[in-house]
Write a protein that binds this ligand. Structure first.
Ligand code: HEC
Length: 270
C-alpha cells in the first residue's frame, strides 16, 4: 500500500491522474443528486405568488435586516418540528428571491408564523416588543406605523421577480401599486382586484388597524401573516398516502382498523 504510493509519487502523470480521480469522487457526490431534482423537489399546484403588498413587506424585512436575528427554515429535527410545525419544503421557497432561510436565531424561526398571532399583536410588537413580551430584546420599529408605504416602484419589483421565474402576469404588474393599496383598504374600489388576481383566499384588510392609511406597517404585517401559508403542501400527509398502497400483505390488512383517522391531520393550517 505505502510502496504503491511511494512509486506513484515519482510518476508525475500517474500522480496527477490519481489526484483527479480521487478529487472527482467528492464532486460526484455533490453533483449526482442534482440529476434527480425533479423527483426530490415536491410540487405545489396550490401555491400562489406574493401580492405586491407582501413583496413590499418582504423588501422592508430585508432592508431592516430582520433575517440577521430570524431564520425562515424549519429543519427536520424533532425539537424544531414540535416547536414550529411541519419542516420547511424546498417548494415553499420557490418564489423567494433572494431566499431568507438565514442561519442565526436570536429570535424564533418565522417560517410558519403566518396566522399565529393577530394583526394587532404584530402591530403592538413591532411598535415596541416590550409592550407584549416584557423580556424581549428585539429592537422597536416604531416608524413603520408613521411611514407611508412607497408603492410607485412595486410594478418594477414584480417585473424583476418575473425575470427570475416568478409567474407574475402583465395584469399583476400593471396593477401593482393599486393592488398594494387595495389589499390594506377593504372598503376601497381597489380591494376587489386583489382577490381577482391573487385568489379569494387572499387576506384583504387594514393590517395596521388604519383603513385609510397605507403604511410600512401594513406591508410588514401582511408579509408576516402569509409566512408558511402560500401553499398547504407541508401539511399534507404525503408519506402516509404514498406508502399505503405499496405495502405488503400484512400491512394491507391493517389500515382498515386504525390508520385513516391519523392519515389526515385536522385542519392542516396552523
Ligand atoms: C436583535 C435581534 C432581532 C431583530 C433585528 C429582529 N427581531 Fe424579531 N424577535 C427577536 C427576539 C429575541 C424575539 C423573541 C421575543 C419577542 O417575541 O419579542 C423576536 C420575536 C419576533 C416575532 C414573534 C415570533 C413568535 O413566533 O413569537 C416576530 C413576528 C418578529 N420577531 C418579527 C421581526 C421582524 C419583522 C423584524 C424586522 C423588522 C425583527 N423581528 C427583527 C429578535 C430580533
Amino acid at each position: 500500500m505505502f510502496g504503491l504510493h511511494y512509486r506513484l509519487e515519482r510518476k508525475t502523470l500517474g500522480f496527477v491522474l490519481a489526484v483527479i480521480g480521487v478529487a472527482s469522487i467528492g464532486g460526484l457526490v455533490e453533483i449526482a443528486p442534482l440529476f434527480t431534482i425533479n423527483q426530490t423537489v415536491e410540487d405545489a399546484p396550490d401555491m400562489r405568488v406574493y401580492t405586491p403588498l407582501e413583496v413590499a413587506g418582504r423588501n422592508i424585512y430585508i432592508r431592516e435586516g430582520c433575517y440577521a436575528c430570524h431564520s425562515q427554515m424549519i429543519r427536520t429535527l424533532r425539537d424544531e418540528v414540535e416547536r414550529y410545525g411541519p419542516y420547511s419544503l424546498a417548494v415553499e421557497s420557490k418564489y423567494d428571491h433572494p431566499m431568507l432561510w438565514g442561519s442565526k436565531r436570536t429570535g424564533p424561526d418565522l417560517a410558519r408564523n403566518g396566522g399565529k398571532y393577530s394583526d394587532a399583536w404584530h402591530v403592538a410588537h413591532l411598535n415596541n416588543p416590550r409592550d407584549v413580551v416584557p423580556v424581549s430584546i428585539m429592537p422597536a420599529y416604531s416608524w413603520f406605523l408613521r411611514t407611508p408605504l412607497r408603492t410607485d416602484d412595486l410594478g418594477k419589483h414584480l417585473r424583476s421577480l418575473r425575470a427570475v421565474g416568478v409567474p407574475y402576469t402583465d395584469e399583476m404588474i400593471a396593477n401593482a401599486s393599486a393592488d398594494a393599496y387595495g389589499q390594506a383598504a377593504p372598503d376601497s374600489p381597489f380591494a376587489e382586484g386583489v382577490s381577482k388576481r391573487y385568489g379569494e383566499a387572499t387576506s384583504v384588510r387594514a393590517f395596521d388597524g388604519k383603513p385609510n392609511e397605507l403604511t410600512e406597517m401594513d406591508a410588514v404585517v401582511a408579509y408576516l401573516q402569509i409566512l408558511g401559508r402560500l401553499t398547504d403542501a407541508a401539511h399534507k400527509p404525503a408519506v402516509a398516502t404514498e406508502t399505503a398502497p405499496a405495502g405488503t400483505k400484512s400491512a394491507e390488512a391493517k389500515p382498515a382498523e386504525t390508520k385513516p383517522a391519523e392519515a389526515t391531520p385536522s385542519g392542516g393550517k396552523p
